[in-house]
Design a protein around this ligand. Sequence first.
Ligand code: NAI
Ligand code: MG
Length: 338
Amino acid sequence: MSKTIAVIRGDGIGPEIVQATLRVLDSLRCGLDYRFAEAGMAALEAQGELLPQATLDAISACGVALKGPLTTPIGDGFSSLNVELRRRFDLYANVRPAISFPNTKARYSGIDILTVRENTEGAYLSEGQTVSADGETAQSIIRITRRGSERIVRYAFELARRKGRKKVTVVHKANIMKTTSGLFLNVAREIARDYPEIACNEMIVDNTCMQLVMRPEQFDVIVTTNLFGDILSDLCAGLVGGLGLAPGSNIGSGAAIFEAVHGSAPDIAGKGIANPCALLLAAADMLDHLDLVAQGTRVRAAIRATLAAADPRMTPDLGGSGSSERFADALIERLQTR
Ligand code: NAI
Ligand code: MG
């Protein structure tokens, strides 16, 4: 079976890590074809627009995209491209795995947490933000809907079921935010009943922060609203050593976009030393999404083994003396000898 995915090389280190990632994907010989499209500064320079229609068309046609980081220019009139993509394709679930890898500078080991964040409502609405005429009072609204809560919680439980996970923790602040967080929690309780084989517990967000730092091993899947999920997923990335190994996926009714959590790293762009692992782990999640679960698992295993062996071809941020390309060579070698 051949499947075409849209590929956006992106800005800064984007082209370097995308190149390394596609070489590793090619070595799996799983029938992926690529339709390249531009976005970000690369698109602005070549086509005069940050997010050309042709790119949106490519993402809709393929349904799945692998995306390098995009630089959003600073200044008026440029809204975040990631926010725009989220809106266009109704990317309601932001899924961020935080997994411990060997030989990193992380403070913890043995962590494997999946954070599922609602990505379209909650406290992050662009509308409804006001400032009083005297500039003394600012307000914004939080909107939680039954539909929005149902689909994110169901997504989290379906993901847990598919991946054989044991527990979903619903994170909320319903004790204070009784209407909004309360609705989310009530809906979550209803949905949880459809998944009797998966344990469901509830935790208030501030306690969750403390528990994540003190006993992270108690967490399996976390599902929560937009603002809490934004903060908790970065907290979880910090537990396992930061951005270099942090993938993210944005799943919607219109498309699914897989990317690294980090940005375009202008400070090291063009040097060929960017760590491709976060994007590779996103690509592994993309393979899972495409029902190529065995291949996704092989990619993660190859990364794990390469880190465990402290292969000198790893990039400098992981303590190696290699480059994006040499790192890809090391991974391909492992994938071919299995
Ligand atoms: P950044 O994540 O690009 O860089 C932060 C630090 O981490 C830098 O020192 C960088 O060298 C390092 N780093 C990041 N990725 C790395 C990798 N793969 N290998 C080795 N080192 C790595 O964050 P920053 O500097 O705040 O943002 C730069 C640009 O990226 C901005 O224009 C921002 O808007 C954009 N950005 C885009 C994102 C996306 O498209 N999803 C996400 C975050 C930022
Ligand atoms: Mg964030």
